[in-house]
Design a protein around this ligand. Structure first.
Ligand code: ATP
Ligand code: MG
Length: 297
């Protein structure tokens, strides 16, 4: 069944601050969802390619190769029942793409929409436009926050940008690395109070993931902890997170969610490959002229 008819899902994992557990949560959540659906995880980070290490793989291609004409399927890396699409290091180029280049990348990755039911996006730290744009393009956005005061401040900054600049009205908040339920409640309350006072956004807390030394150990072993230590506190907590996400979605319409994600993330304006917007007119794009000539957003 094509993507526009199936119930599909896109979940981005973001959080403002670096090192709060975005990649750990994204990778393990993806593997959990991978037990009952076809899952693609997108590494939208710019830096260290954490996901490769967490999933124990060493991809030799990335979305940069797709931009250079490689087929998207050939860039995918299978691991632990899911597939990884490495995009790291591509984001500067992605941010500087013209309309034609965006359109052809969209067409290239759009073929993946029919193959996967769930797309998990591991976002880079920070609130720069090209980072947060990927987070904002997902129907379901998880903001990871730890009890560290800088994480609280950065999570709020992230929620603020998503709300004010991307008009996101509903977000999940996931307390990670907490040492008690009270600490998790405190984290949620602080971010929620600030958001209620200054923003027009609703925050939906997910079950907290506790601090668990096993998470760091599994990270260095390259095996997702949900597989290597399924009975550990962090794994049990993440199963509750997955259960909550299973029964609940913040996105209005889950049909065609993956296609919609790519359109938003790549800022593709037109519905049909082969066409582009010139001012207010939809005109055939001319792949032969080789320029990125379309207007920037
Ligand atoms: N619940 C947890 N308990 C213990 N350690 C954790 C937990 N969550 C994450 N960590 C550890 O914190 C470190 C940072 O995690 P991770 O790389 O997932 O963060 P990140 O937000 O993706 O970082 P970056 O912004 O650099 O991409 C890792 O060493 C990881 O093992
Ligand atoms: Mg990361």
């Amino acid at each position: 069944m094509p993507d526009f008819m199936r119930r599909t899902r896109v979940i981005s994992v973001t959080g403002g601050k670096g090192g709060v557990g975005k990649s750990s949560i994204a990778a393990n959540l993806a593997v959990l969802f991978g037990r009952k659906s076809q899952v693609l995880i997108l590494d939208a980070d710019v830096g260290m390619a954490d996901l490769n290490l967490l999933l124990g793989v060493a991809p030799d291609k990335s979305m940069l190769d797709v931009l250079d004409g490689e087929r998207a399927e050939r860039v995918l890396v299978p691991a632990h029942g899911i597939h990884l699409l490495p995009a790291c290091n591509a984001s500067t180029r992605l941010a500087n793409m013209g309309e034609n280049e965006r359109q052809s990348l969209f067409s290239a990755v759009d073929v993946l929409a029919d193959r996967f039911d769930t797309l998990v996006v591991d976002c880079a730290a920070g609130i720069h436009a090209n980072t947060i744009g990927f987070a904002a393009a997902a129907a379901d956005i998880i903001v990871v926050v730890t009890p560290d005061p800088t994480s609280l401040a950065d999570a709020y900054a992230c929620v603020k940008v998503l709300n004010k600049e991307h008009h996101v009205k509903r977000l999940y908040l996931l307390p990670n690395g907490v040492r008690s339920q009270a600490e998790a409640t405190g984290v949620v309350q602080r971010v929620t109070m600030l958001a209620a006072r200054f923003l027009d956004v609703s925050l939906y807390p997910l079950p907290p993931v506790p601090f668990d030394p096993m998470v760091r150990m599994a990270g260095t072993a390259g095996i997702p902890w949900i597989l290597s230590a399924p009975d550990s506190p962090a794994s049990r907590a993440l199963m509750q997170v997955a259960r909550r996400l299973d029964s609940d979605s913040l996105g209005d319409d889950r049909a065609g969610a993956i296609r919609l994600f790519w359109k938003k993330a790549l800022q593709v304006k037109t519905a049909k490959p082969g066409f582009e917007m010139r001012g207010l007119r939809l005109v055939p794009s001319d792949p032969k002229n080789g320029s990125d000539g379309g207007e920037e957003q």
